[in-house]
Structure formats: C-alpha cells, structure tokens
Design a protein around this ligand. Structure first.
Ligand code: HEC
Ligand code: HEC
Length: 329
C-alpha cells in the first residue's frame, strides 16, 4: 500500500512538472513573435479617400468600431462615435467571454507606427505583441492589397481623436489559450486586384467584407464546413433573435433567383439619409446587416460581389430571419 502511494505521489509530481513546464513553454512560445514591417505610409488625398471607402462601405471597420443605434433599422452608426470602440461581443453571439471592441481613433492609435497597425490588421497582434481575438477579422485582411492597407492606415489617421477607454477582454478556458495560437505569419504585400476578372474581384471584396462570418453558422466559434454563406447564424439582442440570410445561389432558400439589378437595388435602396433614420419599435423586425454602410458601395463593386456569390456552391437552408423577443418573456 505504502509503495503504491509513493508511486502515486511520483506520478503526480511528474505530471505537475509536465504541466508547469508545458505552460511555461506555451507562454514563451505563443503568441508568435511576428516582426513589424518598417514602412511610412504617405497619406495622399487619393489614399485617404480610398481608405474612407473601404473602412465605411466595404470592410466596415467603422461599423464594429463605433456605436450602433438599434432603435433604428439596421443599427446605423451614431454620428460622432466613429472609431471610438466600446461595443462588446459576448454571450449574445454565443461567445464564452467578453471582447470589447477597441478604440481605433488617433487618441488610441496615435503612438502606433504604420507597421504596427498593418501587423494588427493582417496578423492579429496588437502594439505589445498580444493576440487579438479573430472577431477582429484579421484573417480576412491578411490578403488585403498593399495599396488598400496603406489607404486604410492613411484614413485611420484622419479620424477625429476620441478619448474612450474600453473594458478588458475576458475569455474562458480553453479559449484564452487557443486565442494565442491564432495570429498568422507576417504579411506579404499583395497587388491590387484585377477588375477584369469580376468573379475574382468580387471574391476580394467579399473577403474584405467578412460577409462569411455573419452569413455562416458556427459551432464553438468555428464556421460549420459546407454551410459557408448559407446563413442561420444567430445573434440574440434585447428586441429579438436575428438570423443571417442564405446568400448562396440556391434558388428556393438563397439568392439564386435574384437578378444582378435586384441585388444592387436592394443595397442602394438603403443609401439615402432617410434610410438611416427608420425607427423600429420593440419587437419589430430589425437586422445586424449593416445595410446603410454597404449601400454606398459603388454599383460596380456590388455587381462584382453578386458575380462571386452566384459562382459559389448553392446550399439549401431555409432561414427564419427574425424572432421577436416577446415582452412577457
Ligand atoms: C466584426 C467586428 C470588427 C470589424 C469589422 C473590424 N474590427 Fe478591428 N477589432 C474588433 C475587435 C473586437 C477588436 C479587439 C480584439 C481584442 O481585443 O482581442 C479589434 C481590434 C482592432 C485593432 C487593435 C487595437 C488595439 O488597441 O489593440 C485595430 C488596429 C483594429 N481593430 C482596426 C480595424 C480596422 C482598420 C478594421 C477594418 C479594416 C477593423 N478593425 C474591422 C472588431 C472588428
Ligand atoms: C454583422 C453581420 C452581417 C454582415 C457583416 C453581413 N451581413 Fe448580410 N445579413 C445579415 C443578416 C442578419 C441578414 C438577414 C436580415 C436582413 O435581411 O437584413 C442579412 C441579409 C443579407 C442579404 C439579404 C438576403 C435576403 O434573402 O433577403 C444579403 C444579399 C446580404 N445580407 C449580403 C451580404 C454581403 C454581400 C455581405 C458582405 C459584404 C454581408 N451581407 C455582410 C448580417 C450580416
């Protein structure tokens, strides 16, 4: 018996050494040390304008990084909050933890180098080399062209500085460890996409738009394979449950029967000032789809997105887009 206990103690001590050295190894290894590229972005007016377009109408950085007003249809951005952050991702989207959106105005990024911002956008590390949670879609921005990246950086520098200290991120075990293994290798400069191939150009825009994240059902934070763009991803908000639409070319349950003109029109109908001011009563249909932001994409870009979405695999998946939260529940 005594001998057995002694063996047990040795095994436990051995395990403890393994766990401790394992976690020391982990902490020293992750996140990977990804170098910052040495670059100084020259802020030409063309770049600032292109960056404004990408950040507000395509990659919609400003959508996540500002305050959205869900008393109005599609939660338009509250003017004056652009880039200040502070919204919190958590339980409502099934996340085990809370991830506040960071302040990206010059009040917060003022002392970051251009290379550090580019590393955050494309590799997922902050100024101190800490990993960013991939709700920040750096995996999507990894393939952004060099010129577009420079443009976004030039635009961010022009945002009105807003002092806003956002809360601390908290992730449950094991996600807090998994997060640190996620940042991706150093970015390599990509050329601007070639518009003569509309499908490829549309794919580039859909990637920057990170449409896939909202439009694909996920399990334990991972997109379900085979269900890409088929919708049904849920967000529970105080006024109801919103589910994303199926935007694969399935004729019955997706957008297969839409013409290109109808597709473009659906976005453009949200471009007016009135469209940013449609009051929604508690329990009435509302959506997280940032229609008012995408509405100012050019018709050419919307057309390219249509071409790409119509080239992907159709998936049959009927989605009920909205269930109102009943007042007596
Ligand atoms: C889907 C929402 C979402 C979108 C879209 C988005 N971000 Fe973020 N971003 C976040 C979140 C959440 C964080 C914080 C992540 C964390 O703390 O781990 C973040 C962090 C950052 C950071 C790091 C700031 C810091 O202080 O650590 C930068 C820089 C940034 N985002 C810039 C951008 C830019 C530029 C774009 C558009 C090209 C963009 N983001 C699009 C959600 C988003
Ligand atoms: C923040 C989440 C979010 C993002 C990002 C997002 N969508 Fe959506 N989208 C939704 C939701 C939710 C709906 C369903 C409710 C509605 O129709 O507004 C929707 C609906 C749509 C519809 C209408 C489909 C129908 O059957 O009526 C289209 C088309 C669409 N999205 C395309 C896109 C494209 C293209 C992108 C990327 C450029 C994108 N979405 C990005 C959440 C999102």
């Amino acid at each position: 018996m005594k001998k057995l206990m002694k063996t047990g103690a040795i095994v436990i001590a051995g395990l403890a050494v393994l766990i401790i050295s394992g976690s020391v190894y982990f902490t020293l290894t992750y996140p990977k040390d990804i170098p910052v590229i040495n670059v100084k972005v020259v802020a030409t007016p063309e770049r600032v304008e292109r960056g404004r377009y990408l950040a507000n109408n395509v990659a919609v950085c400003i959508d996540c990084h500002s305050t959205r007003d869900f008393t109005k249809f599609s939660g338009p951005v509250v003017p004056g909050t652009e880039g200040m952050g502070g919204a919190i991702f958590g339980e409502e989207s099934g996340l085990p933890g809370t991830v506040p959106v960071k302040n990206i105005t010059p009040a917060s990024l003022g002392n970051w180098s251009d290379g550090e911002i580019i590393r955050a956008l494309t590799s997922g590390l902050d100024k101190n080399g800490e990993s960013l949670f991939p709700i920040m879609p750096y995996e999507n921005y990894h393939t952004m062209s060099e010129e577009d990246l420079f443009s976004v950086v030039a635009y961010l520098r022009t945002l009105k500085p807003i002092e806003n200290e956002v809360g601390k991120k908290q992730l449950d075990f094991p996600l807090n460890f998994i997060e640190k293994t996620m940042p991706i290798e150093v970015y390599k400069p990509f050329k601007s996409p070639d518009k003569s191939d509309m499908k490829a150009y549309g794919k580039y825009l859909v990637t920057l738009g990170a449409c896939i994240h909202c439009h694909t059902k996920a399990e334990d934070g991972k997109l379900i394979e085979g269900m890409e763009y088929a919708g049904g991803n849920e967000v529970k908000l105080p006024f109801g449950i919103i589910r994303s639409a199926n935007i694969t070319p399935d004729v019955k349950t997706g957008i297969g029967s839409w013409t290109k003109e109808e597709f473009i029109q659906r976005f453009k109908s949200m471009a007016s000032e009135q469209a940013k001011n449609i009051e929604v009563k508690q329990g009435d249909f509302n959506t997280t789809m940032p229609w008012t932001m995408y509405a100012n994409m050019t018709e050419e870009d919307l057309g390219a997105i249509y071409e790409y979405l119509h080239s992907i695999k159709p998936v049959k998946n009927a989605v009920e887009k909205f269930s109102p939260m009943l007042a007596n529940k």
